[in-house]
Design a protein around this ligand. Structure first.
Ligand code: ADP
Ligand code: ASP
Ligand code: MG
Length: 463
C-alpha cells in the first residue's frame, strides 16, 4: 500500500485532475490511498469569503461564492461521467447551500472564530476529494471516497489542530486499510474533526501532514507527496531560480528545511513517517518521470557540506535589553514566559549578558508581547527581516562553514546568527531586502561543485 498526496496545483483544473488520474492508475497495483488538497487556491478564496462576510459586504461575498461554485462545477463536469453529472450537481448544490448558510451566519455575527474559520476552510478539501473520486471512476478506477473527518481525530485547537494519533491510527487501520485492499481510497487532506465531531483543520499546508498520518496509520510502504516542483531543491525557487534537485535527504534534514520555510513540505510531515520508518518521496505531478527526492531514515553521505538553503520571510526581530538584569538569574525565563503567555513561538535566539534577540514569524500578539516585556526590560522590534538557514548533516563535520558564510555574505549586514543544537543547520537573519542577494551568494559558494550521488544538476536552458 502507498499514500499519494496531490497538492492544490496538482488538482487545480480538469486537465490537472486527468493527469493525476493517469499517475494513480499507473500505480493501482500498489493499492494507493490518495490524499488531495483543495483545488488551486480554493482555501485562500474561502478565507477571503469569510473576511468579506464579516465586513458586511453582502453582494461581494455572494458573488465570490458564485464564482467558487462555477469554478468547481466547470472543472468537475469535464472529468465526471455523464451518468454521474446530476449527482455531481446535487452534491455541489448541497455543499454550497450549506456553505452559504454558514457565511450568512458569519455576516450576521460580524465575527470570525477559529472554529468557524475551520468550518469554512474545510469545504475546499471536502469538494476536491469528492470530485477527484468521481473523476477516478470516470477514468476506470474503482474509487471510494472517505470523509477525513470520520478518521482524522484532532484536539480542539482550531486552525492549528493536532491529530490524536492513537484514535486516528485505530480508525485508519480499521476502516481505510481494508478498503484500500480492494479500491482506490480518496480522502481530503488538511481536515479532521474533534472527538465530539466538530470540523477542524491541521493548519495551512496541512495536507502533507494528513498524507503522513494516513501512511503511518495504514502501514504504507511509501508516502508520495506530488507537487509542482521536481523535488526538494537546493534553494527556494521563489527566491532563486536554477536550484538543483536533491535526490536523497534524511528525515532530520527535511524536517529542518520544512521548519525553516521550505514550503514544499509541511513541517510536521516527517514525524509520523519517522515513527514507522516509512520513506517519503517528493514528486512532480507535471513531470511524473522525474525521480524526485527521497526522504529516508538513514544519514545520507554527501560530498557537499550543505544540502539545501531554506528561507523564511516576514520575520520580526525582537531585541530585549536590561542592564538591571546584569548578573541576575531568571532573565531568560521571564522573557520566554511572555512569549508563552501569548502562544507565540520563537524560531531563533541569541543572548549576551544583558540582551537577548529573538525572532518570531507570527506578529499577531506582538503589541501585547512588547508591552509585557517593557515591564522589566527595554524591548524593541525590527520587522521585514528574513531567516536564511543552511541545512546539511555534514555541517557539523566540516570545518570552516561559518567562515565561508561570512565570506560569501561580505557586505551584507548579518543581524543575528545561530548554529542550532541539532548541529545540522546554520541560520542567520538578514533584512528582507538583502534576502535574494544573500541566497544567490550562498548558493554559489556551497553548490558550485555537486556530489553527483546526492544532487541532480539543474541544466540551464539557453534560448
Ligand atoms: P502543494 O500545493 O503541492 O502542497 P506548495 O505550494 O505547498 O505545493 O509547495 C510547493 C512549493 O514549495 C514550490 O512550488 C516552491 O515554490 C516551494 N518551495 C520552497 N522551498 C523549496 C525547496 N527548497 N524546494 C522545492 N520547493 C520549494
Ligand atoms: N488546502 C490547504 C491549504 O491551502 C491545505 C494544503 O493544501 O495542504 O493550506
Ligand atoms: Mg503544500
Amino acid at each position: 500500500m502507498i499514500v499519494m498526496k496531490f497538492g492544490g496545483s496538482s488538482v487545480e483544473s480538469a486537465a490537472a485532475i486527468e493527469r493525476v488520474a493517469g499517475i494513480v492508475k499507473a500505480r493501482e497495483p500498489r493499492h494507493p490511498v490518495v490524499v488531495v488538497s483543495a483545488m488551486g487556491k480554493t482555501t485562500n478564496k474561502l478565507l477571503a469569503i469569510a473576511q468579506t462576510a464579516i465586513s458586511g459586504k453582502r453582494e461581494d461575498y455572494i458573488r465570490q461564492l458564485h464564482d467558487l461554485r462555477d469554478f468547481h462545477s466547470r472543472e468537475a463536469r469535464q472529468v465526471v461521467p455523464l451518468a454521474e453529472r446530476s449527482q455531481l450537481d446535487r452534491t455541489l448544490d448541497d455543499h454550497f447551500q450549506e456553505l452559504t448558510e454558514l457565511v450568512k451566519g458569519l455576516a450576521v455575527l460580524g465575527e470570525l472564530t477559529p472554529r468557524s474559520i475551520d468550518a469554512i476552510s474545510s469545504y475546499g478539501e471536502r469538494l476536491s476529494s469528492y470530485i477527484v473520486t468521481l473523476a477516478f471512476r470516470h477514468f476506470g478506477m474503482n474509487a471510494v471516497h472517505v470523509d477525513s473527518r470520520d478518521v482524522v481525530v484532532t484536539d480542539r485547537r482550531h486552525t492549528q489542530a493536532a491529530p490524536l494519533l492513537p484514535q486516528t491510527y485505530a480508525r485508519l487501520a480499521e476502516h481505510v486499510r481494508p478498503l484500500a485492499a480492494e479500491s482506490v481510497v480518496v480522502m481530503g487532506g488538511f481536515i479532521g474533526a474533534t472527538e465530539d465531531g466538530v470540523t477542524s483543520t491541521l493548519g495551512r499546508g496541512g495536507s502533507d501532514f494528513t498524507a503522513s498520518i494516513v501512511g503511518a496509520g495504514i502501514d504504507a510502504e511509501e508516502i508520495q507527496i506530488w507537487t509542482d516542483v521536481d523535488g526538494m531543491l537546493t534553494a527556494d525557487p521563489t527566491i532563486l531560480a536554477g536550484g538543483h534537485r536533491v535526490k536523497c535527504i534524511s528525515f532530520d534534514e527535511a524536517a529542518e528545511l520544512a521548519y525553516f520555510g521550505a514550503k514544499v513540505l509541511h513541517p510536521a510531515t516527517v514525524l509520523p513517517a519517522i515513527s514507522k520508518n516509512i520513506p517519503v518521496l517528493i514528486l512532480n505531478s507535471r513531470r511524473p518521470d522525474v525521480e524526485g527526492t527521497r526522504i529516508v531514515s538513514r544519514t545520507v553521505h554527501c560530498g557537499n557540506a550543505v544540502k539545501s538553503i531554506a528561507c523564511k520571510r516576514n520575520i520580526a526581530l525582537v531585541n530585549v535589553h536590561s542592564t538591571r538584569m546584569l548578573m541576575a538569574h531568571g532573565f531568560l525565563h521571564r522573557i520566554f514566559e511572555v512569549f508563552d503567555r501569548y502562544e507565540t513561538s520563537v524560531d531563533m535566539v541569541a543572548t549576551s549578558e544583558v540582551s537577548v534577540s529573538l525572532t518570531i514569524d507570527n506578529p499577531a500578539r506582538l503589541e501585547e508581547i512588547l508591552a509585557d516585556l517593557g515591564q522589566f526590560a527595554e524591548a524593541g522590534i525590527e520587522t521585514r527581516q528574513a531567516i536564511v538557514c543552511l541545512v546539511g548533516e555534514n555541517i557539523r563535520y566540516t570545518p570552516g562553514v561559518a567562515r565561508r558564510v561570512f565570506d560569501a555574505l561580505d557586505g551584507i549586514n548579518i543581524r543575528m546568527i545561530s548554529q542550532g543544537g541539532s548541529l545540522l543547520n546554520i541560520s542567520f537573519v538578514v533584512a528582507e531586502a538583502d534576502l535574494a542577494k544573500s541566497v544567490a551568494a550562498l548558493h554559489q559558494e556551497f553548490f558550485a561543485e555537486l556530489d553527483p550521488e546526492v544532487f541532480e544538476k539543474h541544466e540551464a536552458v539557453h534560448v
